[in-house]
Design a binder for this molecule. Structure first.
Ligand code: ATP
Ligand code: MG
Length: 420
């Protein structure tokens, strides 16, 4: 072991498990790519102020969870804790919304950083695949994104996830609801920090996970009863479109989510096999965010799915992904001449699209065959001086153990045929 260990709350992705992780990332993004979303990549850090304004001064993310740094030049930066603020910043900065083709649909995938108390499913470095549809107010767009996430989870073979759905209202109806909720909350027996929260972001108190708080919330005014006609109709359309697409959901009046920028449609995907870190993804509409970071009015909707927790959800359900073999053919040379010949063959096979590997380091036959078996290859190519003198190599089927000589100039074609 080296003197060093990975920092607290982080872990390394190493083979073979890393292959699953990559496949999950790809599967989560695949439905987006078929639905007109273009790839966007933003820096791993941004000006701290972007998150303070964009995510919200009252959120856990901004008050407790950001990794911040001051550059030598005195600039305040933060490692990105989430994707939406950065992606919207980028869309505005690059004037994507002015190209006359709204909504601007973008997807992303990468690392995010939060200074959290590490536990299973909660890390300081984790990975998300996300999507944002910027500049359109249309219930079909909210439904589209939710359906794409459901299809992504299903394509992986996940079954035990649930979709929680709520509407948080808009600038017409939310203020009156907020005031009613504050009145209700101020009368409860709560600690000082929660009391402060009532004044800054009372909706978030509904999301408090503590039983002694939840107990007191029975009878709290609900957004549902305060939605204006426009929000009600909008939400009803989202629900109808989901139902028509065969997507099951649960109405959850207390779902508010941890970010300040959400309006109207809000949703979360939870998985029941993950214990307390049950959220595998979430998102919603954020009609006011663009203006909050200095842009024009651009009603938008998006989501982010956690890759780490999706991998854990697959494990919890015992789903094993069918991954392409890392190695299909493994070459075992016996002697100098065979090394040169088989090395060329391996290069040729790779150029033909076959996953091929080679016994490096001058291993003896026994060790090399062990490596061949460990590699998971279906076939081994073995050759010594006598084989080469006869113009052949031995082609061994590592499943059946059968071995037969194949002419050197026919090996690539023969393997192509056998591997289909
Ligand atoms: P939680 O309530 O569990 O803290 P969150 O509301 O903070 O989740 P979001 O900001 O909505 O999470 O991020 C979207 C997804 O990213 C989450 O549903 C989760 O799957 C994943 N995620 C968030 N924080 C972490 C973390 N610290 N470690 C691993 N995955 C995370
Ligand atoms: Mg969180």
């Amino acid at each position: 072991m080296s003197t060093f260990q990975a920092p607290k709350g982080t872990y390394d992705l190493i083979p073979p498990a890393s292959a699953t992780y990559l496949a999950v990332r790809e599967a989560l993004a695949a439905p987006l790519r078929r639905a007109g979303y273009g790839y966007v990549e933003t820096p791993g850090f941004e000006h701290t102020e972007l998150f303070a304004r964009g995510v919200g001064e009252s959120t856990d993310i901004v008050t407790k969870e950001m990794f911040t740094l001051t550059t030598k030049g005195g600039t305040e930066l933060a490692l990105r804790p989430e994707g939406t603020a950065s992606v919207l910043r980028s869309a505005l900065e690059n004037s994507l919304h002015k190209l006359g083709n709204l909504p601007v649909k973008l997807w992303y995938s990468g690392s995010y950083y939060r200074y959290e108390r590490p536990q299973k499913g909660r890390y300081r470095h984790f990975s998300q695949v996300g999507a944002e549809a910027i500049g359109a107010e249309d219930p079909a767009l909210d439904a589209e994104l939710i359906i794409l996430a459901v299809d992504a989870y299903k394509s992986l073979g996940l079954r035990n996830f649930r979709l929680l759905l709520n509407s948080l209202g808009d600038k017409e109806c939310r203020p009156a609801y907020r005031a009613a909720l504050q009145d209700f909350l101020r009368a409860l027996d709560l600690d000082d920090e929660t009391r402060r929260r009532i004044e800054i972001n009372p909706l978030r108190v509904l999301d408090d996970k503590r039983a002694e708080v939840q107990k007191q919330l029975t009878g709290a005014p609900l957004m549902r009863d305060h939605l204006c006609e426009a929000c009600k109709a909008y939400h009803e359309q989202v629900r109808e479109l989901l139902t028509a697409a065969g997507v099951a959901f649960e109405d959850d009046d207390k779902l508010v989510r941890g970010l300040d920028y959400y309006t109207r449609t809000t949703f979360e995907f939870v998985h029941d096999g993950l214990g307390s870190q049950s959220a595998v993804g979430g998102g919603g509409r954020y009609d006011g965010l663009s203006e909050m970071i200095g842009g024009p009015a651009l009603p938008s909707v998006g989501w982010a799915l956690g890759v780490d927790r999706t991998v854990l959800a697959l494990e919890a359900e015992g789903v094993e992904l069918e991954l392409p073999a890392a190695t299909q053919v493994y070459a075992v040379p016996l002697g100098e001449e065979a090394r040169r010949t088989l090395f060329s063959l391996v290069t040729e096979l790779r150029r033909e699209g076959v996953a091929a590997d080679f016994a490096f380091g001058g291993k003896g036959l026994k060790n090399a065959m062990k490596s061949a078996n460990r590699s998971g290859a279906r076939f081994a190519l073995v050759a010594g001086e006598r084989d080469l003198a006869g113009g052949v190599v031995q082609l061994k089927d590592l499943e059946s153990g059968e071995q037969s000589p194949v002419a050197l100039d026919a090996v690539v074609a023969e393997l192509g045929r056998r591997l289909g």
